[in-house]
Design a protein around this ligand. Structure first.
Ligand code: GTP
Ligand code: SPV
Ligand code: MN
Length: 596
């Protein structure tokens, strides 16, 4: 697919962007040391107290560059229909012209870094290669953690392996075409932003932002948007899913993948510390899973990433002690608060806020300030290998065989704590109809309920209707007895006073236990209009303080509210026209019949 050699592409890009220097990166410790020192020197990084947080750094972004920019994210397929109604589409030639004009001279005065990386263990049949060109050393260091950066990748590409060219510029040259200098800032970026994907040539062009999924191009851009297209073409699935191994007290293992929208609990479930004795969860991934059928008709999954880019707020010893342990050292923090002794803090790290902090914007902060000290989408970037519950299979080229798939979202109403699909097609319908209250992970209005099918709304690189059909097809190709069972979960249902009905976090083990018992055919379920619900007596509620009323509320399936959901689904499905799989319309009919 990619016709260019890396060298030619680098040379062409340098001619266009006019950097003062080109550096070929290799992912080494020496490179880490050099770039962290550079960033400390130029003020992008604050070195944290090495006694409290060894080899760790705090970056503060431009206040206008703090999250993914979905309305500036584009799928540039030749036909608009191939991008589908859920994506922003632009004509690829038009977009390339525009981007060329923006990238022209965009690296003047800066160093251009060439970062060869692998998503997935090098040597895995499921791994894919990319090369990111970037003018941001922060991005290079983040790629060190989040991907496998190595010269071996370049050798394999030069020997003929497929690769994805991923071009990134913060769009803040230090000189204009006349040589007139502009001052550098600690977080260079551009008010104009474009995150553009070319699924027909597997290219990524990202301009103007240095933050997260906008800039670490191995993540959402390659592993999900381009990845989903590769998966459709090649018969596999690129998903916004965590990946864990659940072990029962009897020592039986279950591999579970779960798709929840951004900032809806993937990292928390991936690192769950069970509250039920004898159960164990080990971590394989917290954000992305690449899932492919194997010769035995099972689905095998790998985590293509090598690091966590986790939401900081809400992460504390009570909610996610494993994450707190993971980031004790060698961590890049972005947009969290700084303590007077040179450590980090965010809302939820401790019950009580320190008396005095420097907030994420660099201003002095106290609990009386009346605004959060850390940005709601502040993040920690740290290697998977530092996670105390990391599973031995995290780096395995074969990945793990999936037993169950979970879909979830943030729903204050309607959706019960857990419900099992009747079969694969119904499970795909569950995934296709996920709605969730929007979080701070993307620019937009936090709290608005929106459709987020498969938690892939911002990440599917082609027509979402075709994507649902692809899921149906992949399921048909599996051996029926080896198909993962599909469940829907919701940790976020609230009572009339707006309080969460379910304690969540470690207590979610109780739901996992029920799921495991269903997989083992140890317990029956009760049919409902929306799927199979637990018989309350089968739930392990030992030691949990929850009233019968709360339990009833958390499982209520309100027929009139669900009829309204069904009406909205009809409206939503209509957008997909001929791309809506007939199986999805049939599932909607079944739901209506069940509700009547
Ligand atoms: P991305 O990295 O953006 O894709 O998100 P993620 O799904 O990994 O998000 P994460 O696990 O970091 O979720 C963060 C938010 O979800 C925090 O505000 C948590 O407090 C909240 N959260 C996670 N699990 C639970 C739960 O079981 N119950 C409740 N009430 N909140 C939860
Ligand atoms: C998400 O928003 O789903 C993330 C963070 O995982 S980012 O990489 O910025 O997209
Ligand atoms: Mn994510």
């Amino acid at each position: 697919m990619t016709v260019l050699s890396v060298e030619q592409w680098v040379a062409d890009t340098a001619k266009l962007t006019q950097p003062s220097d080109i550096v070929w990166c290799n992912g080494s410790d020496a490179e880490w040391l050099e770039l962290t020192e550079l960033l400390v020197e130029n003020g992008t990084f604050i070195r944290l107290n090495p006694e409290l947080r060894p080899n760790s750094y705090l970056a503060r972004t431009d206040p206008a560059d703090v999250a993914r920019v979905e309305d500036r994210t584009f799928i540039c397929s030749a036909n608009e229909e191939d991008a589908g109604p859920t994506n922003n589409w632009r004509d690829p030639l038009w977009m390339k012209d525009l981007l060329r004009s923006l990238f022209k001279g965009s690296m003047r005065g800066r160093t251009m870094y060439v970062v060869p990386f692998s998503m997935g263990p090098i040597g895995s049949r499921q791994a894919r290669f990319g090369v990111e060109i970037t003018d941001s050393p922060y991005v290079v260091l983040s790629m060190h953690i989040m991907t496998r950066v190595s010269t071996e990748v370049l050798n394999l590409i030069n020997a003929g392996a497929e690769w994805v060219p991923a071009l990134h510029s913060v769009g803040a040259p230090l000189f204009d075409e006349n040589g007139i200098a502009s001052a550098d800032t600690t977080w260079p970026c551009n008010v104009e932003k474009y995150i553009a994907h070319f699924p027909e040539s597997n290219e990524i062009w990202s301009f103007g932002s240095g933050y997260g999924g906008n800039a670490l191009l191995g993540k959402k851009c390659m592993s999900l948007r381009i990845g989903s297209v590769l998966g459709r073409n090649e018969g596999w699935l690129a998903e916004h899913m965590l990946l864990v191994k659940l072990t029962s007290p009897k020592g039986k293992n279950f591999h579970i993948a779960a798709a929840f929208p951004s900032a809806c609990g993937k990292t928390n479930l991936a690192m769950l510390r069970p509250t039920l004795p004898g159960w164990q969860v080990s971590t394989i991934g917290d954000d992305i899973a690449w899932i492919a059928p194997d010769a035995e008709g099972r689905l095998r999954a790998i985590n293509p990433e090598a690091g966590f880019f986790g939401v900081a707020p809400g992460t504390g010893m009570k909610t996610n002690p494993v994450a707190v342990e993971t980031m004790r050292s060698n961590t890049i923090f972005t947009n969290v608060a700084l303590t007077p002794d040179g450590d980090v803090w965010w809302e939820g790290l401790t019950d009580e806020a320190p008396a005095q902090l420097t907030d994420w914007t660099g201003k002095s902060w106290s609990p009386a300030s009346g605004k959060p000290a850390a940005h709601p989408n502040s993040r920690f970037t740290v290697s998977l290998s530092q996670c105390p519950t990391i599973d031995s299979a995290w780096d395995s080229p074969e990945g793990v065989a999936l037993d169950a798939i979970l879909f979830g979202g943030r729903r204050a109403t309607n959706v019960p704590l857990v419900v099992e699909s009747r079969d694969w097609d119904h499970g795909v319908f569950m995934g296709a109809t996920i709605s969730s209250e929007q979080t701070a992970a993307a620019e937009g209005v936090v709290g608005t309920l929106r459709r987020d099918p498969f938690a892939m709304l911002p990440f599917c690189g082609y027509n979402m209707g075709d994507y649902w059909q692809h899921w149906l097809n992949v399921g048909r190709g599996l051996k029926p007895s080896n198909r993962p069972r599909i469940f829907q979960v919701n940790w976020f249902r609230k009572d009339a006073n707006g309080k969460f009905l379910w304690p969540g976090f470690g207590e979610n083990t109780r739901v996992l236990e029920w799921i495991a018992r269903r997989l083992e055919n140890e317990v029956e379920a009760q049919e409902s209009a929306i799927g199979n619900l637990p018989i309350i007596a089968d739930l392990n509620l030992d030691g949990l303080e929850i009233t019968d009323q709360q339990l009833a509320d958390i499982f209520t399936v309100d027929a009139s509210a669900w009829s309204q959901e069904a009406d909205l689904t009809t409206e939503y499905f209509a957008k997909f026209g001929a791309h809506l799989p007939t199986t999805m319309s049939r599932q909607l009919e079944i739901l209506r019949k069940n509700l009547a």
